[in-house]
Design a protein around this ligand. Sequence first.
Ligand SMILES: [Fe+2]
Length: 294
Amino acid sequence: MAEEKILTKHPLGRSGKNISKQKYETLKKTILSALKNTQLTHTQLFNELNKSLRNRFSGNISWYGETVKLDLEARKMIERTSSKPEKYRLKSNAIIMKTEGTHYGVTQIAQLFPSLKRIKDKSLREKVASVWNEAITTGCGGKGWTFDELRAVKFTLLAGDIEMTFVEHLNSCARQCVAIADVLEKSFRCGIPIQRDYLIAGSLLADVGKPLEYDKDASGKVVQGKFGQQLRHPFSGVALAHKHGIPGEVLHIIATHSHEGDKVERSIESIIFHHADFVDFDIAKVLGKRAATK
Ligand SMILES: [Fe+2]
């Protein structure tokens, strides 16, 4: 899927740059939050950007920072003071209230999880995207995740070092679920009621609590955070999804997909997802063990 781009503006009307919308949103959020309640010189602002985004951003932070800073000046969200040395400050609190939060919609979330587009019900598709938006922007101990960071998270902290990421695992499960549904519908000649929208939504949301469960330590390593020690992702995932109006059939998949659901009679969709999930997980454990003995 083509990456969504944005053409930046320039305060003097010069031509802007066509850059990744995700990178733009990351820099915009970081610049606005650095200038919240303070004024910074150019050097101070860029020191803050480098401090906040080091190891969390792929690309030249200074180049993207300058491009987005000029854009925010052109959009009158930040301005330069007339003091010496010149400083940057937010233009007005009213504007910041409206623009401070990053929001990822269906288009951006589908860049991470293309199967999102296979959910036929538009309202459910949008709700799944809004759950992911909240998980991404509020996870990592409240710091939020950039897309680059999330894409770099390993599949599981429990399976050793293998070449599979968390995002790839979710995509694998969503595709497996659809493939399993295709086979079962042909095999169960008595008829098998599979609610595909719920199956796909459940497969994409089963691990949505993990961005809340995971945090980064001082060295930038992904670890189980304090919240993750208190609540595993099936619980936090249900809480988050419920907030966004996700239907009970899908909450059931999130709640029961892992061993927490072993004492529950799983729905057909939950059985399918549970097995797809463990196909990946059990194979990852085998591969992790083999990699450790090499
Ligand atoms: Fe899980």
